[in-house]
Each structure stands twice: as structure tokens, then as C-alpha cells.
Design a protein around this ligand. Structure first.
Ligand code: PEP
Length: 247
């Protein structure tokens, strides 16, 4: 039985004090049947972890594939572990598109994270041009296999399918189409990695809101959501958690 996973990615939003206010609100809300994770900025991570209920996991939105040294502006796995962070989002489409992270870089980051015992949320998803040519399944397959090249054990990995055209645009992929792609991803994982395909959690991300969360989360192959915009408002995010709790 895969527990639903409700994850929020704050991107470059919220100062440490805004994150503390959010923590105060969400700590009052009790949930039992789902796992919840939030990814604030690097700067807010340490104090957010301290202020947040232990029931909620935190993640960084990125990390360096290098150990340490002359990498100005980068953050290492040991720096993150030192402040109690053991989850990371890797390969978000904004990192891939705006910061030129290729599948090879994403792969190096996933390997580094796993080697240092992180749990990884690996993001995949096609752009509108790819979808317009009906090539999205091949595109996502290629991204998945290249991002995981040389990795045999997917135990500490969660996949997030996030079609780029649905991120921050208000255009949600229909629950049916999201389910279809997540089913495809599970079947690709089954062919390439075997039985882990039954356990691995596959999330959907792209304009998830309180109004559509329940329908998305009800799909058989969708084990959770990665939420951007709607995770910034504690009340909205709580509504999305409730949608997962109620299933
Ligand atoms: C995201 O950033 O991963 C995302 C899905 O954003 P939004 O929910 O705002 O579309």
C-alpha cells in the first residue's frame, strides 16, 4: 500500500520569518494517513526544520553533486545533513530549463544524494512542443532512464511527473492524462527495475489546487502531488492534505 505523499515546493518564495508563520499555522493541523513534505529556500531550511512539527518532512530544492571545495554558490549534502535535511528535489523543470541542468547533471546529483543517504524526489516532464507532437511518453522515458543511469536501487526515490506546460500556468493536465503518464512511468520502471515499481511513489505536479487535488489523488497510479503555488498558502495546502487524507 503506497501512502499518499503531499509535497510543497516553495521555489524562491518566503523569507525565514514568513516560513515560521507558515509553520505555526500548519503545526496546528493534525493528519494521520498521508506523508507531508515542504521544500523552502536554502536560507529558511534550518529554522523552518526547527519550527515545524516533526510529522512534516523538509526537503532542499537542489544540492551540489560535489563534496566540497571551490563551487561558489553551491550547497553540499553534508551542509544539508548537518541541519537535519535528508530529502531533496532534483531535476525540477525550472532547474533544467533556467539553470541548464542536463540529464547528466541531474544523474550526478541523484547519485550523490543517494550515496549520502538522501531521499530523492526526481522530477520529469515534457514541454508543450513535445506534447504537441505526441512524443511525451518517449521524452519522459528518456529523461527517467538517463536521470537514473547507473542507479540500481530505487528504494530512496520518488518520481514526480510534472508536465512543464502545466507548471504555474493554471492549466492542469486532466486527472485521466496524468494517471495515464504515471501508469506509463510505473510500467517503464517495472521493465527496467522490476518489483520496486509496485512500491515506488509517483507524484503528479502542475497547477494542483484544493479544487482539483481530490480527483488527481484518487487515481490508482498517482501516489501524491508536488505543489508549487498552492503550497505557499497554509490554508490551501492544508486543504490539499485533507484531500489526500480523505481517500
Ligand atoms: C512545481 O513547481 O513543481 C509546480 C507544480 O508548480 P505549480 O503547482 O505552481 O504549478
Amino acid at each position: 500500500m503506497r501512502r499518499k505523499y503531499i509535497c510543497g515546493n516553495w521555489k524562491m518564495n518566503k523569507t525565514s520569518s514568513q516560513a515560521r508563520d507558515f509553520a505555526e499555522k500548519i503545526n496546528k493541523f493534525d493528519f494521520k494517513n498521508v506523508d507531508v513534505l515542504l521544500a523552502p529556500s536554502f536560507v529558511a531550511l534550518e529554522s523552518f526544520r526547527k519550527n515545524l512539527s516533526e510529522k512534516i518532512e523538509v526537503a532542499s530544492q537542489n544540492l551540489s553533486q560535489f563534496n566540497d571545495g571551490a563551487y561558489t554558490g553551491e550547497v553540499s549534502t553534508s551542509m544539508l545533513k548537518d541541519i537535519g535535511v535528508e530529502n531533496v528535489i532534483i531535476g525540477h523543470s525550472e532547474r533544467r530549463e533556467k539553470f541548464f541542468e542536463s540529464n547528466e547533471i541531474v544523474n550526478a546529483k541523484v547519485k550523490k544524494a543517494l550515496a549520502d543517504d538522501f531521499h530523492v524526489i526526481l522530477c520529469l516532464g515534457e514541454a508543450l512542443e513535445v506534447k504537441a507532437e505526441n512524443k511525451e511518453v518517449n521524452f519522459v522515458k528518456d529523461e527517467l532512464l538517463k536521470s537514473l543511469a547507473g542507479i540500481e536501487n530505487l528504494q530512496n526515490i520518488t518520481i514526480a511527473y510534472e508536465p512543464i506546460w502545466a507548471i504555474g500556468t493554471g492549466k492542469t493536465c486532466s486527472a485521466e492524462d496524468a494517471e495515464k503518464m504515471c501508469r506509463e512511468i510505473r510500467s517503464i520502471i517495472n521493465k527496467n527495475y522490476g518489483e520496486i515499481s509496485k512500491e515506488i511513489r509517483i507524484l503528479y505536479g502542475g497547477s494542483v489546487k484544493p479544487s482539483n487535488a481530490k480527483e488527481i489523488l484518487s487515481q490508482d497510479n498517482i501516489d501524491g502531488v508536488l505543489v508549487g503555488g498552492a503550497s505557499l498558502d497554509a490554508d490551501d495546502f492544508i486543504e490539499i492534505i485533507k484531500a489526500g487524507e480523505g481517500l
